[in-house]
Design a protein around this ligand. Structure first.
Ligand SMILES: [Zn+2]
Length: 441
């Protein structure tokens, strides 16, 4: 899929250049402004189709064969007793529907025109006052990388509790920023790590992580969390991919590092971590969405974050990483169906979080391990945090929604998503604080 999309782009550039020349000859001054717009991939009339829940291994395997087909891609992979969300280009819709019929499964259309949802996803509704108040952020739209980093730096400059450092540089030279929130009391306070934006197209992730960060800094109701923990926050890990989703391809998922010997770009940064790397749910094919990379930590982005976590591994008691979509609070392990020996303890805190989250606006999350409620996926950051860095409480949150909008979740849902997730995280952190005190007392 990736492969064909790139080929499509090459084919697209040639006529654009010719057109550009012709128009330049005609002396049209607006052409160069428009050309970058034109290069952004359009998902006009692409549809997202949802299968009925599948309870048959053969059908599941057949659905997976769509993974390599041009202009067809998964928004949600098929799982046993769950449905799959599959996006198809206008000329592939009939093909997919026919294939469903052959497999004997029903389906419905969840999104009729993906581009239309993207066009309406992120309207600029900011007012100057809010932006000024909040260091350039509004959470009423999805912000760009530069806005997020400059917000983080401003907070550090304004507030003695906040510090900012660069922990590394991406393939394209962007800084990967780490924010620390600490009230400065006590040298050896337990810490909580949060990161977002591993997958580029999951815009609600950095939006939610920065929302939580903002509340921890500014909202007195969460002051106990800053008194009891230090917080380490990386708002966007996959910084190149994130920008690429704003400028070229809204549905880009991977990093932007070229792969040798192929024109397929990028590695899945959540299959690239050095614990059980190469296991199930990861691909060795650079053209696939779940390509694990040529070796563990081949990506400068994952390697930078891993080093930053390792440097603080004795202090960090909980690792939280944010993805979308599906509304899941995932527990280790992701690489195997086997449960860790402390599974019930991790589940206890996960349930506390999910309950607090749901009590905010009624948004329901399922709590469990990835293989049990999603699918096996080796090489993820959550498994690495627990298995390699030794952080006992490691969770992946799959944020809103359950597929009505999917990756096109409208910006008007950012604050509600941020608020409910904040309450879930706060409840879990408070339960963790209690647990740590009981254990040491
Ligand atoms: Zn993700």
């Amino acid at each position: 899929m990736r492969e064909n999309r790139s080929l499509g782009k090459v084919g697209f550039l040639i006529p654009t250049c010719l057109l550009l020349q012709v128009l330049l000859v005609l002396g049209n001054p607006t052409v160069s402004q428009n050309s970058s717009e034109e290069e952004k991939k359009s998902y006009r009339n692409y549809k997202v189709l949802r299968t009925q829940p599948v309870d048959n291994k053969d059908v599941l395997d057949k659905l997976m064969t769509f993974a390599g087909v041009e202009d067809i891609s998964f928004w949600k992979y098929p799982v046993m007793n769950g449905s799959a969300d599959i996006m198809a280009s206008p000329d592939k819709v009939a093909y997919v529907e026919e294939a469903f019929k052959d497999m004997g499964i029903e389906h419905m259309t969840v999104i009729n025109d993906v581009e239309e949802l993207f066009q309406g996803q992120n309207p600029d509704v900011d007012d100057e006052y809010t932006l000024k108040q909040n260091g350039g952020m509004s959470w009423s739209r999805y912000h760009r990388y530069n806005e997020i980093i400059s917000y983080a730096k401003q907070q550090a400059a304004r507030d003695g509790m906040v510090s900012y450092q660069s922990i590394g540089t991406s393939t394209e030279g962007r800084e990967i920023g780490l924010v620390k929130i600490s009230d400065g009391t006590g040298g050896n306070k337990p810490a909580i790590w949060m990161d977002g934006g591993i997958h580029a197209r999951e815009w609600i992730s950095p939006a939610t992580v920065t929302y939580i960060m903002h509340k921890l800094i500014t909202d007195i109701n969460y002051r106990d969390l800053v008194q009891n923990f230090d917080w380490y926050i990386v708002p966007i890990i996959n910084v190149d991919g994130y920008e690429y989703t704003h400028t070229r391809d809204r549905l880009w998922r991977k990093t932007r590092r070229p792969n040798q010997g192929t024109h397929c770009v990028g590695t899945d940064p959540n299959r690239n971590w050095g614990f059980k790397w190469g296991g199930p749910g990861s691909s060795g094919n650079p053209c696939e969405q779940t390509y694990r990379g040529p070796k563990p930590f081949s990506e400068p982005e994952t390697s930078a974050v891993a080093n930053a976590v390792l440097a603080r591994r004795n202090q960090i008691k909980m690792y939280l990483t944010f993805h979308s979509y599906s509304q899941l609070w995932l527990l280790p392990w992701s690489y195997t169906r086997q449960r860790p020996s402390d599974y019930s303890e991790l589940q206890r805190l996960g349930l506390i979080g999910a309950r607090a989250l749901a009590s905010t606006y009624g948004t329901r999350y399922r709590v469990g391990s990835a293989p049990e409620i999603l699918y096996e996926a080796a090489g993820g950051s959550d498994d690495w945090a627990k298995g390699a860095a030794g952080i006992k409480y490691s969770y992946t949150l799959e944020l809103r929604d359950t597929g009505t909008y999917g990756f096109a979740l409208p910006a008007r849902q950012i604050t509600a998503t941020g608020e409910e997730t904040l309450r879930g995280v706060a409840a879990t952190a408070r339960a963790l604080h209690k647990t740590l005190n009981t254990a040491s007392g």
